[in-house]
Structure formats: structure tokens, C-alpha cells
Design a protein around this ligand. Structure first.
Ligand code: UDP
Ligand code: MG
Length: 332
């Protein structure tokens, strides 16, 4: 066995992943045991309704930490809960469903050792996904690239490696609306990609449907850009200018040709059009306002029902959530 030169934490959010976890853990352990590092894996049970938690307790050994959240908080928050409790010099974030192959981890580590803080795994092909899903993903990345100053890499999930300082930076972003891909990009630091082949799910079902994906896209755009608000302003400006020229035209027509009562259809069109534009603008404002409402409550991100630590020893200078934060977030 080579000498252990660094420590690594692996964070795995799990929501109803009972059938996959034993196989996942077997493959992960095989990869990690071959690495010259001390390691731990943090499974975050995100309020699963199946036997995920029991399966996790069966898998429990010295490398395994289990965080059992008080209910389902969603993947982004589950990830955050995991990250907050990592002890390693570097942290890998990976899905439990084996779509992200653990065998890629050594490559991520190699890049980290070259000095990159964030090494994200970019997929070469999207197997097991429909044409429409691929198309919508592509358009989403195109839109978000063009409306946001933060460069969010396309074709990457959350599968990536973070250095300790990147994890510490991320842990200071406590917003409720957590578009993780955006947050990873926002913190900056040297970032690079490693390519891998994304496989179809090993078992179980994806929790995503098109409505959720649409909302996810909205989350991404509203969290990282205020351009939609500006668009409303310009749409208003354009219609006002149009209305003004049209008014001039109507005045001229009345003066030149008199005013027989006419024009019901055009009136209806204008009213409906303006009504539509106004509602849309209000809706856009509403999207932002709603998010502000949620943020201003400043609720803790999650509560933990039970936390079982791994046997990995923390490095000396590592981050601990501040006493105040920890007491807010732990209910054990
Ligand atoms: N997940 C979670 N909480 C949720 C939904 C999903 O922790 O509310 C986890 C899930 O167990 C998996 C990862 O997030 O490990 C990715 O979920 P999924 O495979 O459904 O997403 P996809 O791969 O289709 O993007
Ligand atoms: Mg998946």
C-alpha cells in the first residue's frame, strides 16, 4: 500500500437510492482503496421514502459517514449539507445512481494535484436520454451563457472535485435558491475539465421531469442574471414608442379625414397585446420578488436528524462551520 499523502472526502446525496447504493459503494471503495490517500464517503440521506437509510447503515464501516436530513430538501441542499461536514483536503461530489462513474475520480485528483481548485467532469455523450432532453439542455446552456457573466460550463453535472479552499468559499454562500452549477462557477479559482462517458442510470428512476427541469432553468437564470428584468423595461419602452407613433397617426387621420367610428379590431389587438406584455413583465418581477421573499427569511438551509461521522481525522487547519451556524443547523 502506498503512503497516504492526503485526505479525500466523497459527498453522495441520496434520495430513494436503496437499490443502487450497495453496488455504488462497492465500486467507490474499489477505486478509493487503490488510491494513496485516506478517505471518507459522506452519504446524505435526503428524506428518502424507501429503504435508503437502512441500506446505508448496512454499508457502515470506518470510511462511511451518514447524514440523515430531517426531510427531503432537494439535491442542492443535500449536497451543501454533505460539503459542510467534509474533512478531506479535497472533496469529490458524485451522484449515487452510477451515472457518474467513480472510476473517473483518480483523473480528477490528478488535475487537482496539478494545482486546479475545481475539476469538473464533463460528459462526452448523454446516453439514455431523449433527443428532446438533449436539445433542451443545449438551449439552456446557450441562454444562461448569454445572460450571465459567470461562465457556467456546458454538459457538466455536479460531478466534480473541489479543493479545500473552494469548499470553504462555497460554504459561505448560504442562499436558499441554490443553483449549484452557478455557485461552483461563481466562486472562481482555477478550474478545468476532465471528460468522461455518462452512463444511463444503474437502477431506480430519475427524479427529474420536464416541469422540474423548466423550474431548474428558471432558478439558474434568475439566480445569475437580472437581464429578464431589463427585458421587461425595454419591451415596455418599445410598446410605448409604438403606441406614441400610432397616436400621432390617429390624430393626423382624425384631422385630415374626420372620425367615423371604426377600428374595433385594432383596438382589441392593442389592448390584448398590452395586457399580455404587462402581465408578463409583472410575472418576471414576481419571480425575482418571490426569491427575495425566500432569501429575506434567512432560514437555515437544512436540519439534521442524525449524523454518524467517519473515522477520518480532520486536518489541522480545516474549516468547521462557525459555532453559530452549527447550532442553527444541527438538531441532534
Ligand atoms: N437527489 C437528492 N435529493 C432529491 C433528488 C435527487 O439527493 O430531492 C440525488 C439522487 O439520489 C442522486 C442525485 O441527486 O444521487 C441525482 O439525482 P437524479 O439521478 O434523479 O438526477 P439526474 O441524474 O437525472 O440529473
Ligand atoms: Mg442521475
Amino acid at each position: 500500500m502506498p503512503e497516504k499523502t492526503f485526505t479525500l472526502s466523497v459527498v453522495v446525496p441520496a434520495y430513494n437510492e436503496g437499490p443502487v447504493l450497495p453496488e455504488f459503494h462497492r465500486r467507490l471503495s474499489a477505486v478509493m482503496d487503490a488510491m494513496p490517500c485516506a478517505w471518507e464517503v459522506l452519504y446524505v440521506n435526503d428524506g428518502s421514502t424507501d429503504d435508503t437509510l437502512e441500506v446505508l447503515y448496512q454499508l457502515r464501516e470506518q470510511h462511511v459517514a451518514i447524514i440523515d436530513l430531517s426531510r427531503n430538501f432537494g439535491k442542492e441542499v443535500a449536497l451543501t449539507a454533505g460539503l459542510d461536514h467534509t474533512k478531506g483536503d479535497a472533496v469529490v461530489v458524485i451522484d449515487a445512481d452510477l451515472q457518474d462513474p467513480p472510476e473517473v475520480i483518480p483523473e480528477l485528483i490528478e488535475k487537482w494535484q496539478e494545482g486546479y481548485d475545481i475539476v469538473y467532469a464533463r460528459r462526452k455523450a448523454r446516453d439514455g436520454e431523449t433527443f428532446f432532453k438533449k436539445l433542451s439542455a443545449k438551449s439552456f446552456y446557450r441562454v444562461i451563457q448569454s445572460v450571465s457573466r459567470v461562465k457556467i460550463p456546458a454538459d457538466t453535472g455536479d460531478f466534480r472535485l473541489l479543493s479545500r479552499r473552494a469548499v470553504n468559499a462555497l460554504s459561505r454562500l448560504r442562499e436558499q435558491h441554490r443553483f449549484m452549477k452557478g455557485l461552483f462557477a461563481w466562486i472562481g479559482y482555477p478550474q478545468t475539465a476532465v471528460y468522461y462517458h455518462r452512463e444511463p442510470r444503474f437502477a431506480g428512476q430519475s427524479k427529474w421531469n420536464y416541469w422540474l427541469l423548466w423550474n431548474f432553468a428558471l432558478e439558474g437564470i434568475t439566480s445569475f442574471s437580472t437581464i429578464p428584468l431589463k427585458m421587461a423595461t425595454y419591451a415596455g419602452l418599445c410598446t410605448a414608442l409604438g403606441a406614441f407613433s400610432y397616436a400621432l397617426f390617429v390624430i393626423y387621420k382624425t384631422i385630415a379625414y374626420g372620425d367615423p367610428v371604426q377600428g374595433y379590431p385594432s383596438l382589441m389587438v392593442v389592448i390584448l397585446f398590452l395586457g399580455g406584455v404587462q402581465l408578463m413583465a409583472t410575472g418576471i418581477i414576481g419571480e425575482y420578488l418571490g426569491r427575495m421573499f425566500n432569501e429575506t427569511k434567512r432560514r437555515p438551509l437544512y436540519f439534521i436528524q442524525k449524523f454518524e461521522s467517519s473515522h477520518l481525522h480532520a486536518a489541522e487547519d480545516q474549516f468547521q462551520p462557525s459555532a453559530d451556524q452549527a447550532s442553527q443547523e444541527r438538531t441532534v
